[in-house]
Design a protein around this ligand. Structure first.
Ligand SMILES: Nc1ncnc2c1ncn2[C@@H]1O[C@H](COP(=O)(O)OP(=O)(O)OP(=O)(O)O)[C@@H](O)[C@H]1O
Length: 229
């Protein structure tokens, strides 16, 4: 299977005053399309740092990241931004929704930014909300939605631009077990149905059985890489 992401020899440290914290110590990883891959590991092991480097948010000190054939960290900042906008969707722990907009408007704003307006935009936004099971909540604002519903709106917003890659950093940590399971099953279905490459970070061991693949990072290296049966 052709990888969507192919990363080699990733190293990253952070310097704060005289203290240097080495976070990633030479990570090689390939991530496949049509799969939900979850990165797990103890707190501080480097999971979010790895996700940020693979998604073009944080530059590695060393190593390369190829995404859909592009050598990510050789792109200029403007090209990198454009690449991320065109190909990647993001879902975060805190939902990041606009408080004053309805569920539908959250998606329309993003489409307008990409030059898609009018009926075409509405049809696309409604389809994405339908996909996450929220058509009936489309006119509600974040304060009127439950945590699980807010995260599903955030996923619909990521989906509406039909990205090849979807990154999710702790997408379920603000949710209870039931809603966490709904969200992770949804991410899995998105991976399968759209052949999207879905890569997430999680603390929640209960979610691992829903993943196609689980990569365990400890102290900046991959210590196991398994496919739950
Ligand atoms: N911008 C930064 N400046 C300094 N240190 C940082 C920065 N970002 C991360 N770190 C440090 O890097 C280490 C790894 O952080 P990272 O967020 O990748 O871990 P994590 O495995 O995702 O942790 P958690 O599960 O607690 O979210 C931590 O010790 C953290 O303090």
């Amino acid at each position: 299977m052709n990888s969507t992401i192919s990363a080699t020899e990733l190293h990253r440290s952070f310097t704060s005053g005289k203290t240097v914290t080495t976070v990633l110590r030479g990570i090689d990883v390939d991530v496949c399309p049509g799969e939900l891959t979850l990165i797990i590991g103890p707190s501080g092991s480097g999971k979010s740092t790895l996700l940020a480097i693979l998604s073009g948010l944080l530059r590695p000190d060393r190593g390369t990241v190829h995404v859909l054939g592009a050598d990510l960290w050789t792109l200029s900042p403007a090209r990198l931004d454009a690449f991320r906008l065109a190909h990647m969707g993001f879902v975060f722990q805190g939902f990041n929704l606009f408080p004053s907009l309805t569920a539908l408007e959250q998606l329309l704003v993003l489409l307008r930014y990409r030059g898609i307006t009018g009926r075409a935009a509405s049809a696309r936004a409604e389809r994405a909300l339908d996909e996450v099971g929220l058509s009936h909540r489309k006119n509600l604002r974040p304060a009127e939605l439950s945590g699980g519903e807010k995260q599903r709106v955030a996923i619909a917003r990521a989906l509406v631009k039909q990205p090849e890659l979807l990154f999710a950093d702790e997408p379920t940590s603000a949710l209870d077990g039931h809603n966490g399971q709904i969200v992770i099953e949804l991410l899995h279905r998105i991976a399968r149905q759209h052949r999207t490459t879905v890569l997430g970070v999680t603390h929640d061991g209960r979610l691992l059985r829903h993943a196609d693949r689980v990569i365990n990072v400890e102290d900046g290296v991959i210590v196991s890489d398994e496919r739950p049966s």
